[in-house]
Design a protein around this ligand. Structure first.
Ligand SMILES: [Mg+2]
Length: 442
């Protein structure tokens, strides 16, 4: 853990730093700063014109400064003279309230003030495509059920092994890698961690996967549904809450036999209410966990070629069963299966904490557990809300959810809704072939 980046550079032979921040749409932006200039930059931050990125700022705003967080610095395993360091955005000495890493840090502090420290693990699935993004990179990867395909794995071992080696080197404790359920799709898992660390690692993972894929002549994508008819890219989040952060955590405050159906699957009363908050705010939080037009081609999708979408369509929870929005695979944690590969790493963690805290404060009830195959018997469930059908429905649900909007921060919520509505308007003003195919002769 570094505190003085200039010393860190000297000790580790680092010649440059990439000072990075993430905008509202999840874009990662960086400046490359020579180690000789890092001492000043650590104090003052690297300057950016916020309007040039996906933030709700104008060309007239003053410089936005990304002040590097030295505790989060990572030396690029593929280029050890360069270190990546996420920054916290500041403008005129005030934190930029809409900046995603600031939104998350504020919510982490709020949870900590109530004795709760959220830890999460994420499963960031991705595809390896041809460089133009048009096709799966492996023309022989055509099996109807390609999940865990050993032979297809060998044909991309060079890419997956290299990324896994880097995660081992970084001390992330990776523990498994597999060919996922779609042709051309992969999943790599590493150990869960405090929410901010997971968000930084999630960001860096996307950067690393794309970089290594490009080096090998492929293009990696985390797009929710890059190929019609195939399983999409999920970003499932495994959530637990502890008594203290980092290595100091001793007690999982979600673990226990609380009352009712959540108690039966090993959740404490606090775990129950946190889950209740996720259920209560699900349709609204989809605007964050499923943030693009394409996201809604993954949820609510027809059956894929492999036989299942593995994505939810209804706000339901269950025990160890992958057909629901929330699965409780074992005592003391639960898996939110809603998020997809387009989710912003920082806002994903932030919205989980915001919804969970709201659930605890209001003693929200997650409702009935449904121990059924939702893909086969979902029509039998009465009263469970359907997830939003498209991005506009999700944005409207978010806008109506006053509690969640306030918890995420009014300034952030206003900026996010404005930028995302502009994106939706751009989409609906686009003329598609579908319209001609279906309405030319009306
Ligand atoms: Mg998976």
């Amino acid at each position: 853990m570094a505190t003085d980046l200039a010393k860190f550079a000297k000790d580790n032979g680092v010649k440059y730093f990439m000072i990075s921040f993430t905008d509202l749409f999840g874009g990662q932006r960086a400046k490359l700063v020579p180690a000789s200039a890092i001492a000043d930059m650590q104090e003052d931050g690297a300057g950016f014109a916020g309007f040039a990125t996906w933030l709700d700022l104008t060309p007239a705003h003053p410089d936005m400064l990304a002040v590097p967080d030295p505790e989060a610095v990572i030396i690029l395993p593929w280029n050890k003279e360069i270190a990546w360091v996420p920054g916290n955005c500041v403008m005129e000495d005030e934190p930029v309230a809409q900046a995603p890493r600031n939104v998350l840090r504020r919510l982490i502090d709020e949870a900590a003030a109530e004795g709760m420290h959220v830890k999460t693990g994420i499963e960031a699935e991705f595809f390896l495509l041809t460089p133009d993004g048009g096709q799966i990179s492996d023309a022989f990867d055509t099996a109807a059920k390609p999940c865990y395909d050993q032979q297809a794995f060998m044909r991309r071992l060079d890419v997956i092994r290299e990324i896994s080696d880097y995660m081992l080197e970084l001390g992330w404790n990776p523990y498994q890698n597999d060919h996922e359920d779609a042709n051309g799709q992969w999943e790599m898992n590493w150990e869960f961690d405090d929410a901010l660390n997971t968000a930084d690692k999630h960001s860096f993972f996307k950067f690393m996967v794309k970089t290594v894929a490009e080096k090998h002549g492929y293009r990696a994508t985390f797009m929710p549904k890059p190929i019609e008819g195939l399983t999409g890219n999920g970003c499932h989040a495994h959530i637990s809450v502890w008594d203290a952060p980092g290595a100091a955590s001793k007690t999982n405050v979600f673990a226990g036999a609380g009352e009712g159906q959540t108690g039966e699957v090993g959740l404490s009363e606090r775990g129950k209410h946190f889950l209740g908050g996720i259920m209560k705010h699900a349709s609204a939080l989809a605007a964050i966990t499923n943030p693009t037009v394409n996201s809604y081609k993954r949820i609510n999708a027809p059956r894929t070629m492999s036989g299942a979408t593995w994505a939810p369509n209804t706000v339901t929870w269950t025990g160890n069963n992958r057909t629901h929005m929330v699965r409780v695979p074992g005592p003391g944690r639960f898996e939110l299966r809603l998020p997809d590969g387009a989710t912003n790493p920082y806002l994903l963690q932030a919205v989980i904490i915001a919804a969970g805290l709201s659930g605890i404060r209001t003693q929200a009830d997650p409702g009935k557990r449904h121990d059924i195959d939702m893909y086969a018997e979902g029509h039998k469930v009465r009263g469970a809300p359907k997830l939003p059908l498209n991005m506009l429905d999700a944005l409207r649900a978010y806008d109506r959810d006053k509690d969640l909007k306030a918890a995420m921060g009014d300034e952030f919520s206003a900026a996010y809704l404005k930028m995302k509505h502009e994106e939706w308007n751009s989409y609906v003003s686009h003329f598609s072939q579908w319209e001609k195919d279906n309405t030319l002769d009306i």
